[in-house]
Write a protein that binds this ligand. Sequence first.
Ligand SMILES: Cc1cc2nc3c(=O)[nH]c(=O)nc-3n(C[C@H](O)[C@H](O)[C@H](O)COP(=O)(O)OP(=O)(O)OC[C@H]3O[C@@H](n4cnc5c(N)ncnc54)[C@H](O)[C@@H]3O)c2cc1C
Length: 310
Amino acid sequence: MKIQENIKELIKGRVYFNEPMTKHTSFKIGGPAEILAIPLDVDDLKKLLEFARREKLPITVIGNGTNILVSDDGIEGLVIKMAEGFSRLEFDNNLALAEAGVHLQRLIEEASKKNLGGFEFAFGIPGALGGAIAMNAGTNSHYISTRIEYAEVIDYNGKIYRFKHDDFYFDYRYSILQEEPLILLNAVLNFERKPFDEILKEKEKSIKGRLEKQPYDLPCAGSVFKNPPTTYAGKVLEESGCKGLRFGDALISEKHANFIVNLGNATAQDVVNLIREAQLRVYKHKDLILELEIKLVGKFRNLNLLERKK
Ligand SMILES: Cc1cc2nc3c(=O)[nH]c(=O)nc-3n(C[C@H](O)[C@H](O)[C@H](O)COP(=O)(O)OP(=O)(O)OC[C@H]3O[C@@H](n4cnc5c(N)ncnc54)[C@H](O)[C@@H]3O)c2cc1C
């Protein structure tokens, strides 16, 4: 109780206790976060990090929660949500300075009104900028990393660093933010001059393609598995008979085999069971081990997933 009173007074942003993660994830799955805080600026964030150090609380960082599966047991310690605060967005010629909480859709919509393009690949990706950079979000041919000039990150001790592109060690759906205790604060991104009408056409094409191929009508977290080096995860999953597999209310979409959807009351364990069954089928039929793209957050019992040898 005392801890709770302290932290609420500490920051300008909102703080919740035992907050259901169903409210903060696109999957609409997950037990409660012990404490969930939404910092509004660097000062709030530094205070939260100091508080967690003092109280010895583990820290979990999330953005818009569109690429995570949260355990049914929830998340111990402090969850820092970087998606509602940190929303400053400014343009200077063909550069944008965007804070971590800026939603990708807002970023590209506002850029397009200034005849700035180059981010059309990201139409339809529902994350915030920090999550997109942490995941190096994109398509098969375009990644957000190619658009980064430099960025600011903060470590869990409150020290701020200026990162250049190479400091992130970007790879396919990978950046160092996934492994080190670092939080993205903001980034400077480069755009290309492009007429608004051209951007609009590419937007419509991209959204149409997504609606045709992906299940946008049900809660999900995007692609569950990464594409293996020489093929597509969706293709091998489909060819291994995974479409339509179901555990509880978690279903492998009939529309796209790399999407697991929540039919209403799916649990994280349902999703994990489905992931494991899909991995086993693909291993049996294709001799391939599919690696997860989505991030598992919180403690999972009975995980037992297949892992590729490094
Ligand atoms: C319908 C749908 C379609 C999708 N399509 C695509 C697609 O085409 N391409 C694609 O790449 N992804 C896609 N995704 C997945 C997801 O939207 C992206 O990966 C997105 O960029 C994640 O951003 P987020 O803010 O939701 O991150 P979250 O899901 O909240 O977090 C993802 C990871 O980033 C870390 N993180 C978040 N914010 C920060 C921060 N500020 N600093 C450090 N680490 C941070 C978290 O710790 C976590 O490890 C899709 C998802 C859905 C639901």
